[in-house]
Design a protein around this ligand. Structure first.
Ligand SMILES: [Zn+2]
Length: 81
């Protein structure tokens, strides 16, 4: 197991809100993507997603070939954003 207790006590944990338009739900997932036409290969763009919107946001970037991975928000690092 990795970091459940650390995540629960992290001050920014409550600030993760879903990136879907109009959604204010707490995000539990992070869709990590990169557009090679706009971003350097090492750049990791992140969309936060609640349980409801995880699939639609991931599908949106996956259809365009931009999807890198979907991870729990707790797994994000300061290099993501
Ligand atoms: Zn949402």
């Amino acid at each position: 197991m990795s970091g459940l207790f650390e995540a629960a006590s992290a001050p920014e944990a409550a600030d993760h809100v879903c990136s879907a338009k109009g959604c204010r739900a707490i995000a539990r997932h992070a869709v990590v993507w990169n557009n090679p036409k706009l971003h350097k290969p090492e750049r990791r763009k992140v969309w936060l997603a609640c349980d409801e919107h995880e699939k639609s946001l991931a599908d949106f970037v996956a259809l365009r070939g931009f999807l890198i991975e979907v991870v729990p928000v707790e797994a994000l690092t300061s290099a993501d954003g």
